[in-house]
Ligand binder design. Structure first.
Ligand code: PCA
Length: 207
């Protein structure tokens, strides 16, 4: 079984993106026998999904977990829903700044994550890693990718589980910003590893 785990390149003039710095630590590891493939995505509307689709074609993953940086959040945010809305507070790395546009015209208003977010939340809490179930992934590139992924999976014949997890800044990023919360890459990667493990277990149970 293959797992595709993605993170984003830096955006908004930042030097690094905590999601990629975390995700890259897990590349090549296994969870419950499933092999993890880490992929770095451009923080650009549309192009990020094309790159994700390339990764899916290459690895044919049963589990797809996309991660993104949410500066200011203080724990792992297990996103519940993606909405069909692109409304960017600043341009993405391709210079796009849609306002009140759909991600996909004519498609449903929203999709729910198919990751077992409640079970992941319980497992993280037991492990001592701060986490929450979040009801908004925003309306920027992370939500765009999350929505595009869930729409793709909704039309996919193969059973695959997918969703999105936001991560806080790393301490090295927060150190340059006053009062911002952060989590270490070790804690974040342990948390993502647990999210993968719980998801693979769920998938195996259903088989
Ligand atoms: N975070 C942004 C986009 C890329 C990233 O890592 C977001 O939350 O939309």
């Amino acid at each position: 079984m293959n797992v595709l785990l993605t993170g984003f390149e830096p955006f908004n003039n930042e030097l690094m993106n905590s999601s990629w710095e975390t995700v890259r630590l897990l590349d090549g590891l296994t969870a419950e026998g499933a092999l993890i493939h880490s992929l770095r995505l451009p923080t650009v509307r549309g192009i990020c999904m094309n790159k994700l689709l390339e990764g899916m074609a290459a690895y044919d993953p049963e589990v797809i977990i996309c991660a993104g940086e949410a500066g200011g959040r203080n724990c792992l945010s297990l996103e519940r829903a993606a909405i069909n809305c692109d409304d960017y507070f600043s341009p993405d790395n391709g210079g796009n700044q849609p306002i009140d546009e759909p991600v996909m015209p004519g498609a449903p208003a929203a999709y729910f994550s198919t990751l077992p977010i409640r079970k992941i939340h319980e497992a993280l809490t037991t492990l001592g890693i701060p986490a929450e179930i979040s009801n908004t992934a925003g309306t920027f590139v992370c939500n765009h990718l999350f929505y595009s992924l869930m729409d793709f999976l909704a039309h996919s014949r193969k059973k695959r589980l997918g969703g999105f997890i936001h991560v806080p800044y790393l301490p090295s990023q927060a150190a340059r910003l006053t009062g911002m919360p952060s989590m270490s890459p070790e804690t974040l990667s342990t948390g993502l590893m647990m999210a993968i493990t719980v998801t693979v277990r769920e998938l195996k149970k259903a088989e």
